[in-house]
Design a binder for this molecule. Structure first.
Ligand code: GLU
Length: 393
């Protein structure tokens, strides 16, 4: 039998972040002294009060199916979070709890996109956006940005990218991978363009909302332009804020009709997210937020150590991050002067020669850059910077 995979399976790429993380871990297992700056995942343990809530949930027998869209008390905690942090009001039928932020995004795209629809994605973008869009048959329309413009799309670029086929725009601020945050003024200007295109739906991926140190307090586009409420879905999750990546709890908030369609998609794929994780997520959202402040302080400290060290590498261009635990320096001049073929070639060289694992910018739609995750111990960051300097000397 000759196996013919589906067209979707033939076109989708595996997640670059996970693939390179696996490669780095495999090399480590072989005994290589790899410093792994690939995957974006807090290195802190999940705080004890969150784990305790999960243990209690198991002991209390909360181990059965739940409502597809999540337990009622978690939805209430999510609604309270939006009221507390964003001054946004939602009802329970406007909230969906998913298996990670990624599933919320997938469900949204599945719920609204048809083949041939266009989806505007500013680059650099998180690796999974274009792939998820392509799985629906829709077409990613990439807006390129550069480090000179702080990796921010301009209102002019947005206006030019919108066509009669545009169905959705994805905005991720704070941004994975660049670490930039749109200011309130910038969001207002982008929102003005969207107001003149009433058929374009919006996704705000606020996954990194809590990990910020510039442009605080955090603002998203809905907070500065509530007129966009009836066509905006916010996707979010507890993974990054509470060091809960493995628990797989994300959520989405927005118009009830879209949330219902997303819930239907979920009911025919995974059904409910893990019952135990849902109780843990509720404890995270309702509990003392000191753990979040402590982790953010640590990320900022690491950022402040790493960026000056990277700046000493000749020919790299780097901007400080406003938040997240990523930096996305431009290595184009390094690539050109050292005769590397491209960012992939450079990342392979650095893995081999410096034993530092980094994700090439191409994975995020920017050739010539590299993404470094600084969600790791300071000692690793100092060593990694030393090794990169040495390898590129
Ligand atoms: N979002 C994280 C990253 O960018 C986790 C991996 C993934 O889902 O791509 O590294």
């Amino acid at each position: 039998m000759s196996l013919q995979l589906s067209q979707a399976a033939q076109t989708v790429s595996p997640s670059f972040t996970f693939a390179l993380n696996a490669k780095a871990n495999a090399l480590k297992a072989e005994g290589k002294d790899i410093i792994n700056l690939t995957i974006g995942e807090p290195d802190f343990d999940t705080p004890p009060h969150i784990k305790a809530a999960a243990i209690k949930a198991i002991q209390d027998g909360k181990t059965k199916y739940t409502a597809i869209d999540g337990i009622s008390s978690l939805k209430e905690a999510i609604i309270e979070k939006f009221e507390r942090d964003n001054r946004l009001s939602y009802q329970k039928n406007q909230i969906l709890v998913s298996c990670g932020g990624k599933q919320a995004i997938y469900n949204y795209c599945r719920a609204i996109l048809n083949p041939g629809d266009e989806v505007i994605i500013p680059a650099p973008y998180w690796v999974s956006y274009p792939e998820i869009v392509k799985l629906t048959g829709a077409i990613p329309v990439i807006i390129p940005t550069s480090i000179e413009q702080h990796y921010k799309m301009t209102p002019e670029q947005l206006a030019t990218a919108i066509s009669s086929k545009t169905k959705l725009i994805i905005i991720n601020s704070p941004s994975n991978p660049s670490g930039m945050i749109y200011t309130t003024e910038e969001l207002k200007k982008l929102a003005e363009i969207l107001l003149s295109h009433p058929d374009v739906l919006i996704m705000l991926d606020d996954m990194y909302e809590s990990i910020v140190w510039n442009h605080t307090p955090f603002n998203n586009m809905l907070m500065v332009c509530p007129e966009l409420t009836d066509r905006t879905i916010i996707t979010h999750g507890v993974s990054k804020t509470y060091a809960m990546t493995g628990w797989r709890i994300g959520y989405a908030a927005g118009p009830a009709s879209i949330i219902q369609a997303m819930t239907n998609m979920q009911s025919q794929s995974t059904a409910n997210p893990c019952s135990i994780s849902q109780h843990a997520a509720e404890a995270a959202l309702r509990g003392d937020q000191t753990c979040v402040r402590e982790m953010v302080a640590a990320f900022k400290e690491r950022h402040d150590i790493l960026i000056p060290l990277l700046k000493t590498i000749p020919e790299i261009s780097i901007m400080p991050s406003d938040g997240t635990f990523y930096t996305f320096p431009d290595f184009s001049s390094v690539i050109a002067s050292h005769g590397f073929k491209n960012d992939l070639d450079l990342a392979s060289f650095l893995l081999e020669k410096a034993e530092v694992a980094i994700i090439p910018g191409s994975a995020f739609g920017v050739k010539g850059a590299l993404r470094l995750s600084f969600a790791t111990h300071q000692k690793n960051l100092i060593n990694a910077a030393d090794r990169l300097c040495e390898a590129l000397r």
